[in-house]
Each structure stands twice: as C-alpha cells, then as structure tokens.
Design a binder for this molecule. Structure first.
Ligand code: FES
Length: 385
C-alpha cells in the first residue's frame, strides 16, 4: 500500500520483505528459444553487465532485507565465469541457491566447484524427447548434451529438477517426456505451459496449443502422477489464457519477489520494463532497500490502491490482485486495467481472439522469430519483429 507524500512522490507503507532474489546475471544465451520470456529488446541491456563485486553486494543487501531464496538465471548464467564466486558467497550468507540453466557450459569441473561451494539445487531445461523438436525450438543442436548434463547433475547427488516448456510442438509428447524424465531419474518435473510474454508473445499463434490438447496433456499427467507416486513430483502449470481468472502475478507486485537484471535494474517481475512511464531503480545508483521500500516503481502496483473497476469492487481482488500488470498492458495497452485473462474483464475478448488466431493455419505457418542478438537488435531499434 502507498500514500502520496506532499512532494507528490509515493511514500512506502510496505511491511513486506523480498523472500526471493532472482539474479538474471546475463542476457547472453547460446540457445535461441522461440518461447523465451526475456525482453525482446534485451540487446539494449547487454552492454553493461554487473561485475562480480556488484553481484556480491546485491546478494548481501538482499539477504539483510530477509531474502532466503536465490535464483541464478539468465540468459545462460554459465556463460559467466564467476558463478562459482556467487555460489560461494550465497552459501556464506545462508541463501538456498538454485542455478537455472540450459546445461550448456556445465562441466565436471564446474559442477564439482558448485558442489563444494554449496550450490543447493540445479534446474535444467529440457525441450522434447525428439532431437528434431529440441533442436528446432531452441534453434541449436543441444539434444544429446542435455541428456549428458542430466546424468552429470544426478551423478553429483543433486535432486534432478527438469523444466519443460510446453507448446504446440511438444504437447503431443507429454507421456514420452514424462517417461524420459523418469528414466533420467528426475525428482521433480515442471511441465510449464507457455505463457505469452517476450519472444513467445511474438510467436503466440505458432506456439499455442488448443484447449483440447491442454486438457488431454493434463489428463495424461494425472495418470502418470498416479503411476509414479512420490518417486517423481510432477507440476503441471496451467496456462493463463485457458484459465477463467488471472494469477496473482509474482505473488503480488513488490510482495515477495525481487529481480536484479544483468545491467543492475531492480524489477518486481520479469517483464516490468515493458510498462510505460516507469523508471526502475538500478543497483549502481540505489541500494536494494530503497528500491524495494521507497522507489515509485515498486510502490506503483503494490496493494490495490491503483485498481480500477471491475477489479476495485471485485470480491476476488485479494486473491488475484487484478492479475498481471504486464499482461494487461501487452494485450490492452492499459497497465491498470484488469488482466484480460479474467472473464470479468472488458478486454477478455482479446484472449478469445488470440485463441482463435492460434487455430488459423495461415498464422500458424508464419515463420518463428527466434530469440537471438540480431532479432533483438532490430526490435530494440524499433523495427517490426
Ligand atoms: Fe509483470 Fe506479471 S509479469 S506483473
């Protein structure tokens, strides 16, 4: 909740603390996934990566504020050679640390150092059971490597956590994907249906499955869950577009989640930089405490003071806080409107249209825009994707 001080600047009344710090340490990535949620104009933010010392300071500051969970992600974090230093510092500070990786760049030497340094958890992305789809959707040749990395993670005694983004190209392989995960000895599998932000929003009509495909995939997942029991925990993340109500995005804006990006911007959610008229704090100029408690950006959508109808008088507003501000803006052009996912939103027809568009063979056949530096440079320069 915020009030406006007599200088017109939002003053914080928050009692919240960041429990999660996500360090997006680089936007560089050897993969070019069509569904990547990174900003499409990431090229703007690649010149100025934080140094090791600046990351360590950010970790210390967030820990002082109460952060307990540290995610190290990107891009591909392993493209930096200081992840070992960051991991060691995280352990000393008492974080539970999680490396989120494509596996490219994970070697025996590095995983050994991570183990000794106290890394708690590694989450590996997998894409399909077929080499063809894996290589197509990532625009790389990484199929064999991923299986080797999965074995390496297991071999070093880590719980194996696989994250599989689900889209039209692999949704027909859910059973085989789960069988592969079981054969690899996975402890947790997250079947993350594509959400439409960043690159996946550009490629939405090419990636979106039908409601029938999603329902079928969920049924197969439930059957598999019964078969394996507790041996392998399976999460099936239902996509927003096929829900009636929106999610409480990031568990609420500025409630528990803080992201520091490769160039030091401090964000309440992955996509916040798409929102117009927002100035996000940067760790080079402000401490994390100021960013969290005092910055106008973190206070802007905290609580519910900002809400318009129909959210303002909705009996469910505490539950979903009006949904996702970025999705509201990306689809309707109004960041303060209800998330169009909600069937009570006056913009819900935009979701219905997107679902219909994804059934149109002409739109399905449009070439995919892969995440890469050249495409990002073009988008950053204002060219159409
Ligand atoms: Fe920004 Fe949901 S991703 S509020």
């Amino acid at each position: 909740m915020t009030t406006t001080g007599n200088n017109g600047v939002a003053a914080s009344k928050t009692n919240t603390q960041p429990l999660w710090l996500l360090a997006e340490v680089t936007y560089r990535c050897p993969l070019h996934c069509a569904f990547c949620y990174n900003p499409t104009d990431y090229d703007k933010h690649t010149q100025n990566e934080l140094t090791t010392e600046q990351w360590i300071q950010a970790l210390r500051d967030a820990r002082k504020m109460g952060a307990l969970q540290l995610g190290i992600s990107g891009g591909e974090p392993l493209l930096r050679d200081d992840i070992e230093d960051i991991v060691r510092e995280a352990r000393q500070l008492g974080y539970y640390s999680n490396l989120i990786t494509s596996g490219v760049g994970l070697t025996e030497k590095r995983i050994q150092e991570f183990k000794e340094g106290g890394l708690d958890h590694i989450q590996l992305s997998m894409h399909d059971i077929t080499e063809e789809i894996n290589n197509f959707i990532t625009n790389t040749k990484t199929f064999e490597l991923k299986k080797k990395v999965a074995a390496m993670i297991k071999g070093h005694g880590y719980p194996m956590v696989l994250n599989v983004v689900i889209h039209r190209y692999n949704i027909g392989h859910i059973k085989e994907i789960l069988e592969m995960a079981e054969a690899l000895g996975a402890d947790y599998v997250e079947l993350a249906n594509t959400q439409y932000y960043g690159w996946s929003l550009i490629n939405r009509s090419q990636l979106m499955p039908t409601k029938e495909q999603i329902d079928h995939a969920e049924m197969i997942t439930n059957e598999f869950r019964q078969k394996v029991g507790n041996k392998m925990k399976i999460f099936f993340v239902v996509p927003d577009y096929f829900s009636d109500r929106p999610k409480k995005c990031m568990n609420g804006w500025g409630e528990v989640f803080m992201i520091v990006t490769a160039n030091g911007d401090v964000l309440p959610c992955h996509s916040a930089r798409v929102l117009p008229g927002m100035a996000f704090p940067n760790v080079r100029e402000h401490g994390l405490e100021w960013a969290w408690k005092e910055s106008p950006a973190f206070n802007k959508y905290r609580g519910d003071d900002w809400m318009k109808e129909p959210c303002r008088s909705c009996p469910e507003k505490e539950k979903d806080l009006g949904g996702c501000r970025c999705q509201a803006f990306l689809l309707s052009g109004d960041a303060e409107s209800a998330d169009p996912v909600c069937t009570l939103s006056p913009n819900h027809h935009l979701i219905e249209k997107a679902i219909e568009d994804a059934k149109n063979p002409q739109l399905q056949a449009q070439p995919i825009v892969f995440r890469n530096d050249k495409n990002s440079r073009r988008i950053a320069a204002g060219e159409a994707p």
